[in-house]
Design a protein around this ligand. Structure first.
Ligand code: TXA
Ligand code: MG
Length: 346
């Protein structure tokens, strides 16, 4: 396949994307978090092509994207073995759906309609209603959910612009639907619904504090706290994990990266340093770096999150040998930002 360049979203291009998906092709799709590598979630061959294009281990399940909580109902199972609705599950589902459309993914028992290629054989399925007008318009034109992981090769940084998809996967997709830069810039928050209460599997733009305000107490997953973020890790312990993809893995840039508070230039003799700063630096400090990118004029964390992955990619393309990056307190959106930075540094 020749390399696809981004197609600006319009009524016609969205219609065309829907046709390509219905024909079993891969289409890169915009969401408010990151770009996804989408396929018809009911077509096993198309779903398998996602794994192949990304180089993603087959035991790492995909998120089903749907247009509304209502549209998710055929794909989840809220009944017990005697056919009675499960009260705790329905209650948590209703609370979770108050965050939709939005950057929250919910892991729930799956209905038999969800094919194994999507869930990697798991009894649960991850569901999200994305909050992006182009993606919602596309979902409304499709009579199937769109299965989509982040549209990056396994183990690299997720794409937050259509051009990011083009550079690595342009020859693997039939179309890149360009919906502009992603507003959030970090992958969705993932929670699992359980009788004993909600569990946070991956921090994201919906913060732990926001979840607690709606669900009461929320457990932070022990199994996944070493990883949450990326999903593309190939790890031999994967089968034993509750969230197979959520293992220690880095959304790493190719260059080494260290946080400013752990940075000791003497450890890197003769190396050139680049800096990713959350807010503007004084000239004296800036002069220590051969390359620099400032993520926000005011240190605003929403801006920092939206610019972070683009900066990691730019740092990889820059003159520097080692990337030095700022840190922030680990609460609110800062928890997700630091989660991704920790992974990229490890
Ligand atoms: O923001 C996002 O979530 C983006 C956009 C495109 O929606 N998607 C995304 O997908 O980040 P991906 O595949 O890169 O990350 C999804 C994560 C993986 O860690 C995967 O293991 C986990 O969700 N996951 C999927 N299904 C699951 C399930 N049934 N149980 C537990 N974890 C699951
Ligand atoms: Mg991913």
């Amino acid at each position: 396949m020749s390399s696809s360049s981004p197609t600006p979203a319009s009524d016609e291009s969205i219609e065309h994307a829907a046709k390509l998906l219905a024909a079993g092709k891969l289409v890169a799709v915009p969401t408010e978090t990151v770009y996804g590598l989408g396929a018809d979630a009911t077509a096993a061959d198309a779903v398998r092509a996602i794994f192949q294009a990304k180089g993603r281990p087959a035991n790492n399940p995909l998120i089903l994207h749907v247009a509304s909580a209502q549209a998710a109902l055929p794909w989840i199972n809220v009944f017990d073995s005697s056919g009675k609705p499960i009260d705790w599950l329905l209650h948590q589902w209703e609370l979770a759906s108050t965050f939709w459309p939005g950057p929250l993914t919910v892991v729930v028992p799956k209905s038999p309609a969800v094919i194994d290629a999507v869930t990697a054989g798991a009894a649960t399925v991850a569901i999200r209603v994305p909050n992006h007008p182009v993606m919602l318009a596309l979902l409304n034109k499709c009579d199937f959910p769109i299965a989509a992981p982040s549209a990056n090769p396994s183990n690299y940084v997720s794409p937050t612009r259509a051009q990011h998809v083009q550079s690595a996967l342009g020859d693997k997709v039939a179309m890149i639907l360009d919906g502009g830069p992603c507003r959030c810039g970090l992958e969705s928050t993932i929670i699992r619904l359980r009788p004993e209460g909600v569990e946070l599997l991956r921090p994201g733009a919906v913060s732990l504090e926001q979840l607690e305000a709606v669900f009461g107490s929320v457990t932070q997953s022990q199994a996944t706290s070493p990883d949450p973020g990326n999903s593309d890790a190939d790890d031999s312990t994967a089968k034993a994990m509750p969230a197979p993809g959520m293992l220690r893995k880095h959304y790493s840039p190719r260059k080494p990266m260290v946080t400013l508070d752990a940075f000791d230039p003497r450890r890197f003799p003769g190396q050139r340093f680049g800096r990713i700063a959350f807010a503007p630096l004084a000239d004296a400090e800036a002069s220590n770096y051969v390359w620099m990118q400032v993520l926000s004029d005011s240190g605003n964390l929403t801006e920092v999150a939206s610019q972070l992955y683009g900066a990691l990619r730019d740092a990889d393309e820059s003159l520097c040998d080692v990337i030095v990056i700022d840190t922030c307190p680990r609460n609110g959106l800062g928890r997700a930002i630091m989660d991704r930075i920790d992974r990229a540094c490890s």
